[in-house]
Structure formats: C-alpha cells, structure tokens
Design a protein around this ligand. Structure first.
Ligand code: SF4
Ligand code: MG
Length: 327
C-alpha cells in the first residue's frame, strides 16, 4: 500500500533579525504508512515540532515536498488545504491553553464536525456523546467547561476533538508531557487503544523515547534539524546505532532496573547548540562522546546500516559497515 504521508528533503529556515537565519529543519525525509505510528523523537530545539507544523501546513516550508494521501500539499493555499483538514488533526501539548474556555466541551468537540459539514444539530450531539465515551468521559461532560476539568480530562477532550472526524492522520505533539506523571500512562494507553481501533496513522512527537516504546511502529530520531537515525521500534530500542540515540536511550527511565544495568549511561555535556549557528560537519560533534577528527568537517549522510529500513548518519557506524577492500 502506498504511504499516506511522504516528506522529502524538508527544509524550514526563518529569519531571526540582524540578517541571521534559524535552521529549524534541514533536509528531513520521512514517511508514514496507513495505520502506522511514527515516533519523532528529539530534545527541545531539534525541529520536531516544526516538522509537524509544516505537515499540518501551519507554517510554510522553505523547500522540500510534502505529499499527503496522493496530493502534493507543499504549497497548497489555505483554501486548497480546507478539504484535507478533516483528514489531518492535531493533538496539542498543552491541554490547558488548547481548549477555548468560553465554549462548553460539547461545543469544542462538535466544532470540527460543523466546520467540515459532517454533522450538525442532533446528529452532531450524538457523535459528540459517542466520542466522549470512547475517550473515557461521560456524555454528560459535554455541558461542562474546560476550567471544570482536570488536565487528564482536558487532554481526553483534545483527543475527542481530534478524532471526531475520523481523520486519516493525527499529529500528536508532546500530548502527555504537560500532564502529571500519574495520568500520562492512562492517556497514552487510551491513545494506543484508539489508534488500534480506529486505524488512523500517527506522527507522535516527543522528547522522551520511553513514551513511544509501546506505541510507535517506527522511530525517527532528530538532532538539530536533521534525522540522525530511523528504524523499526525494536531495532531502535535493542540495537541503537547512532551515539545520540544511545545517549537518549540511556537517559530514559526503564521500569525494570535489571534492564538498565545492560545499558551504559551516556551523559551528554552541554545543551543542543543554537539552530542559528549549527556546528559544521556532523551537527552532533560538539557533544558526541566518540567523535573523530573528520566529524567536525564532513557531514555524515543517512546510510542504511543493519537493514535497508534502518538508516544512520554517523561516520563511525557507516565506516564499520563498509566492507574492507581486499589488499
Ligand atoms: Fe559522533 Fe562523528 Fe558519529 Fe557524529 S559522525 S555521531 S560526531 S562519531
Ligand atoms: Mg516542541
């Protein structure tokens, strides 16, 4: 089956005063198949949310190509995007600011139905009640207002609003990171169940690898505007190749302490460098614990290492995989 979404060589630069340029996204390619969940992982400032915004066309890409469900949406106008909006929905990070406080929960969840002319009146109310129940809220909740709800309940409303039109793709941008740890797992489990039931594809954006461990089919790791490694979830978790992926994994909490013992903790020094002045060569070289001379000058390209579907951008890793020439 063809991919539902293909992003090719996406670049997003924007001006930042005094003639400087923010290199938010620099040549990202990825694809998501029907019903597939892609976890897009990286620290804050890695450009992962910008990728999400370009896909949703909330921001205009500088260059590259985005094809959704057979349509090139890279430069579609607002009007041109309108029919596609019912098929792509977003779940925001902050359930506090993403729900309009002046509207009831029922109005909030019904809004996309009205906007896309799917249902109104009684039919819309029925759909809203059904959707609220699917996300684990009582139908009566539709008469309440956002301020009367807990953070976990609000994020369930956010999910109901995103899913009520039965979209083909959901972009979930850090959907649980603003929630108390105690409610994160229940919202994640709910999202996993809904995804399996409803079969939508999902781009799940997170800074925390452990969050996508049970949800994602594939994972792409971003560092400073570029993808440094991607592959099937099991391969990323059991056989990570890029030094940055290894560091992220070693920092992720593991429920079973015995499993942690096998993973050497890699502590990265410093913060992600500014996207105003990304380092030359491998962008990770200023923090990489195993960098070699070449890393500061030569850009490593994404090259399949363990399997065709597991590319890695690291000189050390790709060098190992190149067969040595006979003498
Ligand atoms: Fe580290 Fe060099 Fe690999 Fe970059 S290319 S991750 S700096 S070893
Ligand atoms: Mg973000």
């Amino acid at each position: 089956m063809p991919d539902l979404l293909t992003v090719t060589d996406l670049v997003k630069h924007y001006p930042s005063g005094r003639g400087r340029t923010v290199h938010a996204v620099d040549g990202v390619s990825l694809s998501i198949g029907p019903g597939e969940v892609l976890g897009l992982v990286g620290e804050s400032g890695s450009g992962k949310s910008t990728v999400g915004k370009c896909i949703l066309r909330l921001t205009e890409p500088t260059s590259g190509r985005i094809v959704f469900d057979g349509t090139d949406i890279t430069h579609l106008s607002r009007r041109g995007m309108r029919p596609l909006r019912r098929d792509v929905h977003i779940v925001f990070q902050d359930p506090y600011s993403s729900l309009n406080p002046r509207f009831s929960i029922g109005q909030i969840v019904a809004e996309p139905l009205r906007q896309h002319g799917i249902a109104s009146g009684r039919a819309a109310t029925e759909k809203v009640c059904e959707m609220l129940e699917r996300v684990g809220l009582r139908a009566q909740m539709r008469h309440r207002y956002p301020h009367e709800l807990s953070g976990g309940q609000r994020q369930r409303v956010g999910l109901a609003r995103a899913l009520v039109c039965e979209p083909k793709l959901v972009v979930a941008d850090e959907p649980v990171s603003a929630l108390d740890v105690s409610v994160q797992a229940s919202v994640l489990n709910l999202l996993t169940d809904l995804q399996r039931d409803m079969g939508f594809s999902c781009l799940f954006i997170t800074h925390d690898l452990s969050v996508v461990e049970f949800l994602a089919d594939r994972i792409a790791v971003m560092y400073l505007g570029t993808v440094v490694e991607s592959g099937p979830r099991e391969q990323i978790f059991t056989d990570p190749q890029h030094p940055y992926t290894k560091a992220l994994l070693s920092a992720a909490p593991v429920p079973d302490p015995a499993a942690q013992r096998g993973r050497r903790r890699v502590v990265l020094s410093g913060d992600v460098p500014s996207p105003l002045t990304p380092p030359s060569g491998c962008r990770f070289h200023t923090r990489c614990p195993v960098a070699i001379d070449r890393c500061a000058t030569v850009v490593p390209s994404l090259t399949p290492v363990r399997a065709p579907e597991h590319p890695v951008a690291c000189h050390l890793v790709t060098e190992d995989s190149v067969p040595t020439l006979a003498q």
